[in-house]
Design a protein around this ligand. Structure first.
Ligand SMILES: [Zn+2]
Length: 300
């Protein structure tokens, strides 16, 4: 038996074949056609034919991609314009003649970490990506929560609180989603750059900030304190709504030890006095979580 997982990004489509125990058998990448929907579908069809040949099997297909994907499998994605408003699930099922499941890639990150990953021994697992964007998903007893609009998990688009805006005199920024003042503008990778500019007047990358942090730079630490305050308040809101037992972090900023280490304390600053934050840990599967989560989805 084999299971297929596809991770469709704005630049690459990664296809992976797993065995029944989720061991990776083979994976490869091709460019994502982003402008023509028929070319986009044909490219996916080609990868599935290839996977059928390699595995001598016809497996179900699980797909993860950026954007909002509703329960009908209709997509809203800024990264892949040709897919926006299309019913990808329906169109692929008729081309491929087999069941196709599709979900937002950060929700599948959560599913992957809840299934044999860093969240495996917990009942309520929130997987959170802090990278180019900030989003995730909640798994209960190893299953992703289902929602009809596909919005649940978009914690990056909660608003920055007035309290923190005033405390740090932060600029109120317009978010790529169309709203204003979303926390993503401060807590994702580009958010670090916004904070850096605010505190120092200089434009630097998140990577440069990470390096300065390692060297013990004072301003980099001041930015970290503000960053943790905002991320802590955001995850405290998540705890008040969904109370995960563990928060598993993925994405580029989850590689900054100072963030993972100090986040529980930052969450507790914004929780009721005397209450403990959930456990916070880094992802087990890192970059392979996308295809792995997609395969688990396909298997179900
Ligand atoms: Zn937003």
């Amino acid at each position: 038996m084999a299971i297929y997982g596809l991770d469709i990004g704005g630049t690459k489509i990664e296809t992976a074949i797993f065995d029944d125990d989720l061991n990776l058998v083979e994976c490869w990448r091709v460019e994502t056609p982003t402008l023509n929907y028929q070319t986009f579908l044909a490219t996916i069809e080609k990868q599935i034919s290839k996977a059928d040949k390699i595995s001598s099997h016809r497996s179900n297909v699980g797909i993860g991609m950026p954007g909002l994907i509703n329960s009908q499998g209709q997509v809203l994605s800024a990264n892949i314009p040709c897919a926006t408003e299309q019913f990808i699930k329906r169109d692929l099922q008729s081309r491929l003649n087999r069941p196709v499941s599709i979900k937002n890639d950060t929700r599948l990150f959560a599913l992957s970490e809840a299934t044999g990953g860093a969240g495996a021994s917990y009942q309520r697992v929130f997987g959170a990506i802090i990278g180019t964007g900030a989003a995730g998903g909640l798994c209960v007893d190893g299953c992703l929560e289902e929602s009809s609009l596909g919005i649940a998990g978009e914690y990056g688009h909660l608003p920055l609180s007035a309290q923190l805006q005033q405390k740090y005199q932060l600029p109120i920024l317009r978010c790529g989603c169309g709203l204003t003042g979303c926390v993503e503008s401060y807590i994702a990778g580009p958010g670090i750059e916004n904070l850096y500019l605010h505190f120092t007047g200089k434009a630097e990358t998140a990577m440069f900030w990470g390096q300065q942090l390692k060297e013990g730079d004072l301003r980099a630490n001041k930015i970290l304190a503000c960053y943790l305050d905002i991320l802590g308040e955001t995850f405290a809101a998540l705890v008040k709504l969904q109370e995960p037992d563990v928060i598993v972090l993925g994405g580029g900023l989850s590689l900054v030890n100072e963030i993972v280490e100090h986040l529980p304390q930052a969450i507790e600053q914004h929780l009721f006095s005397g209450f403990k934050a959930p456990k916070v840990t880094s992802a087990k599967f890192g970059d392979s979580s996308g295809v792995r989560g997609a395969a688990i989805l396909g298997k179900h």
